[in-house]
Each structure stands twice: as C-alpha cells, then as structure tokens.
Write a protein that binds this ligand. Structure first.
Ligand code: SF4
Length: 218
C-alpha cells in the first residue's frame, strides 16, 4: 500500500437514530479506485470504524461514526457535500457481461450530465441503465430507465420501486443513443416544469395521466 496514492472522496453525512453518523461515499457507478480504497481503509483503521456497507444505488455507507468524531472523519476521507450527484444504477453492460448488447457506463455518465444540466427538479431522480433485457440496472422501476437491445435502447420514464411500485411509461423502443438522450432530456424538462414539490416522476404521471404525459413528450 505504501506506493499507492490516497484519493479523496465526496461524502454526504447522514444522521442515524442512535445519534451516530453515516458517511455516504458518493462513488460513481459503484467504481472504487485503489487510492479510494486506501483512504477508506486508513480512515476506518484510524477511527476504529468497523462497518462499510454497499447501498442499492451503487454507493458505500461508512457507518457508526460518533457525533464528536464526524468532522475529523470527514477531513480524513475527503469533502462533504449537502447534495450528492443523483443516484444512478448501471449494470456492467456489453464488453463486460456476456449477455450485454449495449455499452452502459458511458451512457450512464451522459445521463448523469443531462440530469445535472436540466435541474433543479421537484424531487429526486433515480436512473437505471441495463445492457440487456435482464435489467440488472433496475431500469424498469427507475424514474429514468434504459434497457439495451440489439437494435438500440428502450427508454422508460416514471418507474418506481417505492410503495407505489410500478414500471415506467415507454418513451422509445430500440432508439439510438442520441435519440435516447434527447427523449430523456425532454422528460427531465417536463418533470422540472410539471412536477409538484417532493413528487416523484411516478406520482406526477399518476396525477396527470400516462397518455397525457406521453402526448406532451411527443
Ligand atoms: S442487464 Fe444484461 S448486460 Fe447488464 S448485467 Fe444484467 S445480464 Fe449483464
């Protein structure tokens, strides 16, 4: 480990019921570098922290940080932010997974940029990108969902894995990457302009009607 350079991480502190804190390590698409791992390991050792847990959004939670040590732990690990980048779940995709027919990682990055460019939004947006119809990226139940097929992407909008779980409405079938991004950009603007405060895309579509939303996005 001596010749490995430590890397700083972006973290979001979250208070827990018992008064301790979790630091959410905001890694992109679940990808940790060796330098990041070194930082995390050294911090955990230094502060005697024993729990690092993967989240559903492909991030990591460093758990059990005492209130009076929070600032020191943050300084050791990186930089704290109020609002991390939106959550995105991206499967390995073509080139890595034997079933993958579309490349997912660069598509995930492009969607994340689109989400940042078009905000702010009424509430959170979760995205899923899957390289084939197996949908390991949870695409069917994400606000923005992409599913790779041999001829392009199926794009859906307004899926949710909440208590009102449901699949998103279809915005496009077998479309090119460029067309998929254009469809997503339109949907993001529609949500920004029509969603109510703290209303997810699924709630907005339920309120306005799927057919009306699809017609508006044509
Ligand atoms: S969705 Fe398809 S490409 Fe992605 S990990 Fe699952 S099986 Fe592989």
């Amino acid at each position: 480990m001596n010749n490995i350079v430590s890397e700083s991480l972006i973290v979001k502190p979250i208070k827990r019921k018992d008064g301790t804190y979790v630091l959410r390590l905001c890694v992109n698409q679940g990808q940790l570098t060796v330098g990041m791992l070194k930082t995390v390991m050294e911090t955990m050792t230094k502060f005697n922290l024993t729990s690092l847990r993967a989240t559903t959004g492909q991030r990591m939670n460093l758990e059990g940080i005492p209130d009076d040590k929070l600032d020191e732990v943050i300084a050791s690990i990186g930089v704290a932010v109020e609002k991390p980048l939106p959550e995105i779940t991206v499967c390995p995709g073509a080139g890595i997974c034997v079933y993958g027919v579309q490349e997912t990682r660069s598509m995930g990055d492009k969607i994340l940029s689109l989400i940042q460019e078009n905000g702010p939004y009424p509430y959170k947006i979760k995205t899923g990108v899957s390289g084939c119809k197996m949908s390991c990226g949870l695409s069917y139940v994400r606000d923005i969902g992409l599913i790779g097929g041999p001829k392009g992407w199926d794009v859906s909008f307004g899926g949710a894995a909440t208590r009102n779980a449901g699949v998103g409405i279809p915005l496009g079938k077998a479309v090119s990457s460029e067309d998929a991004l254009n469809l997503i950009a339109k949907a993001l603007v529609f949500y920004r302009e029509n969603g109510k405060k703290r209303e997810r895309t699924s709630g907005m579509i339920n309120r306005l009607g799927a057919e009306e939303v699809l017609a508006a996005l044509k």
